[in-house]
Design a protein around this ligand. Structure first.
Ligand code: NAD
Length: 479
């Protein structure tokens, strides 16, 4: 198992990679071993001013570039990502921990997202509204919103930047993106793909630094017209307050605590197998991870048994090892959070069916864990775990389980397993969520909207909605 090369990190501002040695930052840690692999440089206040100035200067040029030409550049970047998939996937696994096969899938999806925006940007139609007055026309045109500030997290360090970069660039916006300092390499590689595809200087700028300081400076800058953030609900609320002063448009993709409703008419073995694969993907560190499992009383023991047996058999290890099915958690904070959730679960009367402990001497490993017998008010059933712990509870009736699923402030994803059309319809009407998967976990594809309701945020990425998010509408009435 050879470690792939890790890229040289830098800030990309005005079409130049700035000297990292002059800008001390912090170590990037390989979570599988717990040791540094690189140092990410931090932007100075001046750097951030330059980044915004670059995005502002490039804006009229990029906006005036034809949709067709913009599309060609985006497609070129997507193609380069595919050609470089082994290198970028290796980088992603080294800095984030997920198994190499998951990293490859993430890069392939990132390229598909950019391709989809490249195409959809050529279809950013306006409309002509029939006039009440002869000789007067009413046209609605869509225009780019302006320079964007984007903030992306460490759990999906390629897809989240590509959703924001793809949507913004296809709409004709320029942007300054602050990718996660813990996983900077994947975004550096993505920005290089855009650079090598011929993106004009200044259109896309990449910075790193202390998140609190960078967001405060960028969001307060009057030149920034739109803010897009993916991360926790707490940070999202903080950024929304900062953006309120300048009435900036916002896309907020925040936390979730996705319920899974397992009805007694489903194929128990098949559903359990699908649930295990989805739950422990990226060690549970996905905002749409299934986390609260409500299982009908009549199949509870059978379903939990099948789930537990499969969860206990998951092979954990270094993500670069092709045999590994689940890697380490991305950082030590997640391991501490899992320990704390497990302590609470035990105190609250939970039964640990499998797992329940950190693993190994080095790295941030935690066992795939299953907990049952918890009340709905238990911490694990109310607080987003963002890690490899699944909580199980029983239910008896459809109305009751819909009510319990809706009882948290979150409303991002939810899932159900049933063969009944009537049940599927009732769930799709009753659940307060942005995305629902019935007998599937495939809810995130480039051409469909991705976003939540309630404390899970507002706005969408993906789909035509993800492109609209970077546009404003202008009415032109002409006599
Ligand atoms: P955190 O809340 O401090 O940070 C979450 C993300 O926001 C990180 O990427 C961080 O760099 C960024 N961030 C933090 N403060 C910021 C600021 N002032 N301005 C701009 N960006 C800022 O917690 P964490 O320990 O990094 O992550 C733990 C929690 O975050 C998880 O429990 C999960 O709920 C949430 N999270 C959600 C997503 C998602 O996809 N929605 C992704 C990562 C983390």
């Amino acid at each position: 198992m050879n470690s792939p090369a890790y890229p040289r990190l830098g800030l990309y501002i005005g079409g130049e990679w700035l000297d990292a040695r002059a800008r001390p930052g912090k170590d990037v840690i390989d979570p599988a071993v717990g040791t540094p692999i690189a140092e990410v440089p931090f932007a100075t206040e001046q750097d951030l001013h330059r980044a915004v100035d670059s995005a502002v200067s490039a804006y009229p040029i990029w906006r005036a570039t034809s949709a067709h030409k913009r599309s060609q550049i985006l497609r070129g970047a997507a193609q380069l990502m595919r050609e470089r998939i082994e290198r970028i996937a290796g980088t992603l696994t080294q800095e984030q921990g997920k198994p190499i096969a998951e990293s490859r899938m993430e890069i392939a999806l990132s390229a598909d997202i950019v391709d989809w925006y490249a195409e959809e940007g050529m279809r950013l139609y306006g409309r002509i509204v029939p006039s009440r007055t002869l000789g007067t026309s009413y046209r609605v045109v869509q225009e780019p919103v302006g320079p964007v500030a984007a903030f992306t997290p460490w759990n999906v360090p390629a897809v989240t930047p590509c959703r924001k970069i793809g949507g913004a660039l296809a709409a004709g916006c320029t942007l300054v993106i602050k990718a996660a300092e813990e996983t900077p390499g994947a975004c550096v590689e993505i920005v290089k793909a855009f650079e090598d595809a011929g993106l004009p200087k200044g259109v896309l700028n990449l910075v790193f630094g202390t998140p609190h300081d960078i967001s405060a400076q960028l969001i307060a800058d009057p030149a920034i017209r739109k803010v897009s953030f993916t991360g926790s609900t707490a940070v999202g609320k903080h950024l929304a307050k900062l953006a309120a002063d300048g009435l900036k448009r916002l896309t907020m993709e925040l936390g979730g605590h996705a319920p899974v409703l397992v009805f007694n008419d489903c194929d128990v073995e098949k559903a359990a197998s699908m649930c295990v694969a989805a739950k422990f993907r990226n060690a549970g560190q996905v905002c749409v991870s299934p986390t609260r499992f409500y299982v009908h009383t009549s199949i509870f023991d059978r379903f939990v048994g099948a789930f537990t047996q499969r969860a206990g058999a998951i092979k954990t290890g270094n993500g670069l090892d092709p045999e590994t099915q689940m890697g380490p958690l991305a950082n030590g904070r997640r391991v501490d959070a899992m320990r704390s959730l497990l302590d609470s679960a035990r105190q609250e009367g939970g039964t640990v069916m499998t797992g329940g402990a950190a693993r190994g001497e080095a790295g941030y490993f935690f066992q795939p864990t299953v907990v049952t017998d918890l009340a709905d008010s238990a911490r694990l059933m109310t607080e987003e775990p963002f890690g490899p712990i699944a909580g199980f509870a029983r239910f008896d009736s459809l109305d009751e389980v819909i009510h319990r699923a809706n009882s948290l402030p979150y409303g991002l994803a939810s899932y159900a397993f049933t063969e009944s059309l009537r049940t599927a319809n009732a769930i799709s009407e009753g659940l307060e969520v942005g995305m629902l998967g019935v007998n599937t976990f495939a809810i995130s594809v480039p051409e469909t909207p991705f976003g939540g309701v309630k404390d899970s945020g507002y706005g969408y990425e993906g789909g035509i909605e993800g492109l609209d998010a970077y546009t404003v509408k202008k009415l032109v009435a002409q006599a």
